[in-house]
Design a binder for this molecule. Structure first.
Ligand SMILES: *[C@@H]1O[C@H](CO)[C@@H](O)[C@H](O)[C@H]1NC(C)=O
Ligand SMILES: *[C@@H]1O[C@H](CO)[C@@H](O)[C@H](O)[C@H]1NC(C)=O
Ligand SMILES: *[C@@H]1O[C@H](CO)[C@@H](O)[C@H](O)[C@H]1NC(C)=O
Length: 238
């Protein structure tokens, strides 16, 4: 039978091993406020519990939450391009629209929000995201594009839902946001809401946050349409 001393020594070694294990964990560092126990079900009050839409500190931040009668429906990883029109070399690029595939990250954001938040800066560098093995199989939720009249549209075709949107809030991405493959910087974080008079189904609000890439160059390098690679998180509420 081991002595008390050997028992205590064994216990100490196990604790040390556990501490080392947590110190070398691949999960990126998060603020203490984000260190919440994972929960397998979506909350009914999304901003008060896990997962919560990331926020950015700014003079006029995005509305932190949609109206209390809306709840989180889906969290998507968007991967695509932001397009700009250039009328002459050296002129300022003008936003034209975006095209992106929306991957369903709802379960991942719920189970491991920090890991989900680490995806846009990785996905922006790879096509049809070749994501880390643990999340390589995110299902396609739908797609994002601009309708012919310029309306930002989110067609969550796998769920039979669609949002015809208009911008309701706009704030620059944090200074440390990933600048994307061409180094032009991350597109703004946005809140968009359903555009009145359009046939939106089952969605009312979406946030675009944790953006990576997508900004235009400062001046047009050529004439025509420029496409900038981008990735972002989209949080949908209804
Ligand atoms: C939800 O709340 C908003 C105010 O925040 C109100 O204008 C709207 O009518 C409410 N919608 C429903 C379906 O209750
Ligand atoms: C949404 O996507 C589905 C599947 O691709 C398509 O059948 C449908 O026409 C799309 N809706 C709109 C309004 O683009
Ligand atoms: C945006 O650019 C891509 C090519 O990168 C093109 O396939 C797409 O049609 C363009 N969309 C618009 C609205 O210009």
């Amino acid at each position: 039978m081991p002595s008390l001393r050997a028992f205590i020594l064994g216990l100490a070694l196990i604790l040390l091993a556990l501490i080392q294990l947590s110190a070398t964990s691949p999960v990126p560092a998060v603020d203490a406020a984000d260190c919440k126990a994972p929960t397998p079900t979506l909350p009914s009050k999304p901003v008060a519990t896990t997962p919560t839409v990331p926020t950015v500190t700014a003079a006029t931040p995005l509305p932190a939450a949609p109206p209390a009668n809306q709840t989180l429906q889906y969290v998507a990883l968007g991967r695509g391009v932001q397009n700009y029109t250039c009328t002459s070399i050296g002129s300022a690029p003008v936003a034209l629209g975006a095209i992106a595939t929306l991957y369903d990250g709802t379960a991942l954001a719920t189970a491991n929000e920090a890991e989900f938040n680490s995806l846009p800066p990785l996905a922006v560098y790879v096509a049809n995201p070749k994501l880390p093995a643990s999340v390589a199989s995110l299902a396609v939720l739908g797609n994002h594009y601009f309708a012919a009249d310029g309306t930002p549209t989110f067609n969550l075709s796998s769920k039979g839902k669609i949002l015809f949107a208009k911008k309701n809030g706009d704030v620059a991405a944090p200074a440390n946001a990933n600048k994307g493959p061409s180094g032009t910087g991350a597109v703004d974080w946005l809140q968009l809401v359903a555009k009145p008079g359009y046939a939106t189904v089952g969605l009312q609000t979406v946030y675009r946050v944790v953006t990576a890439g997508g900004n235009p160059p400062a001046v047009c390098p050529s004439v025509g349409v420029i496409s900038e690679q981008y990735a972002a998180e989209y949080w949908f509420y209804d």
